[in-house]
Design a protein around this ligand. Structure first.
Ligand code: G3P
Length: 214
């Protein structure tokens, strides 16, 4: 299973990279807006710091404009993946970009049918937003399960990025379902390793080791 970091913050990216756990990064316009650096400089720095794909979102709304913007974004670095929202214009653009070999992460996926259309268009990744579905009283992980089943039935190789993750249990469920990737915010990433019994156990072992040394 691959772990991506859902951020545009370089400090967070460098920290998780130092853990040896970073397979990629996903950004979006909201995350980019929180950083101080000019957009293109920031993306180039992120791409240089990440040993894997970096999703960068297009903000155009018509297919020809999305295609043009995607080509420009893809030219920023070899590991750029262009994020395209799942709408009809986006699907049209994905088809063109897939034929050109530009990898697309189809974003804002909230239904299995949207994911099927993205796969048929040739998207390399889809990003179902599980936390935002949970927020409105649905079970976000249900659509991940449905997408994985559909892709498995028809043999699509589009990879499923579980996105809008709020807590470690989303990552556990994603792993149990066999999702390809979880893109995790830094706060949840830092919690993956934690267990109070591990902390208590380590403290007790160190105390007892002090007795051995006396
Ligand atoms: O990267 C897109 C997605 O992960 C956004 O998450 O927390 O804004 O719903 P969130």
């Amino acid at each position: 299973m691959k772990f991506f970091l859902d951020t545009a913050n370089l400090d967070q990216i460098q920290e998780v990279a130092s853990w040896g756990m970073l397979d990629g990064v996903t950004t979006n316009p909201t995350l980019v807006s929180k950083e101080k650096e000019p957009f293109e400089i920031l993306i180039k720095k992120i791409c240089a710091a990440v040993p894997g794909p970096v999703s960068v979102e297009s903000v155009s709304t018509q297919a020809p404009d999305i295609v043009k913007e995607a080509r420009e974004l893809a030219a920023l670095a070899d590991n750029v993946v262009v994020k395209v929202p799942v709408c009809l214009e986006g699907i049209k653009a994905i088809k063109v970009l897939a034929e050109e070999g530009i990898p697309v992460n189809t974003t804002l996926i909230f239904s299995p049918m949207q994911a099927l259309l993205a796969a048929k268009a040739g998207a390399k990744y889809v990003s179902p937003f599980v936390g935002r579905l949970d927020d409105i009283g649905h079970d976000g992980m249900d659509i991940v399960d449905q997408i994985l089943t559909i892709y498995n039935v028809y043999g699509y190789d589009t990879e499923v990025i579980v996105a809008s993750i709020r807590h470690p249990m989303h990552v556990v469920e994603a792993a149990l379902m066999g999702a390809d990737i979880a893109t995790i915010p830094f706060s949840a990433f830092a919690k993956l390793i934690k267990h109070p019994l591990t902390d208590i156990g380590m403290e007790k072992f160190l105390q007892d080791w002090d007795l051995v040394k006396r």
